[in-house]
Design a binder for this molecule. Structure first.
Ligand code: GLN
Length: 197
């Protein structure tokens, strides 16, 4: 267990984990690449990047990282999933029976924005960090159902695209693909002074 400064574990099996590492590095915090349960030792926060949820789910299950993250999330470790990462955190995935960690009491719909507009970016307001963010959506999921403990932090065109349940955060979009470190800083507890909530 770490009592010192933040150490941010980033699931590094597949997907855009390098962009998260670069962003956290830029904020001056230590990072660790997570592939097996032992990699989690000493981590104070975890980020699950964007990527392909079917592939990553399969490998997280096989390496035992999935079980370790489920246990850590239930103990209160701060975990944030972007896009595929949010799918991995969800309890229910519409129309699929694929592996997920079940730490967020939500239903997600994969690739929810359709073929023509599969990838796009736009600004939106996000509660929590309480700021305008650039939402980069890449074959992004939406949240179609939330349980009572889940707080909706952002919507885009009426659809839920950011949620929090206590220590667990999910965003449909990718702040790591922008130059704005605001959502990372908020998740990592770095801007408590400027954001008293
Ligand atoms: N469409 C991907 C999935 O369902 C997620 C895309 C992403 O993470 N950018 O796994």
């Amino acid at each position: 267990m770490s009592t010192g400064s933040p150490r941010v574990g980033i699931v590094a099996i597949q997907g855009d984990f390098e962009q998260h590492i670069a962003m956290v590095d830029g904020l001056g915090l230590a990072t660790a690449e997570l592939r097996v349960p032992e990699d989690l030792v000493g981590c104070t926060h975890v980020i699950i990047p964007g990527g392909e949820s079917t592939t990553v789910g399969l490998l997280m299950q096989r390496y035992g990282l999935g079980d370790a993250l489920i246990a850590a999330g239930r103990r209160g470790l701060a975990i944030w999933g972007t896009c595929m990462g949010m799918i991995m955190l969800a309890e229910r995935i519409e129309g699929r029976n694929q592996y997920s960690l079940g730490l967020l009491d939500v239903t997600v719909r994969r690739n929810a924005f359709g073929r023509q507009v599969a990838s796009f970016e736009d600004t939106l307001r996000m509660a929590g960090p309480d700021r305008e963010v650039t939402g980069v959506f890449i074959r992004a999921p939406i949240v179609t159902e939330v349980g009572p403990a889940v707080e909706v932090l952002a919507r885009y065109e009426g659809e839920i695209v950011a949620v929090r349940q206590g220590n667990v955060l999910g965003t449909s979009f990718h702040p790591e693909l922008t130059s704005d470190t605001g959502v990372h800083a908020w998740f990592l507890g770095l801007n408590a002074a400027s954001n008293p909530s």
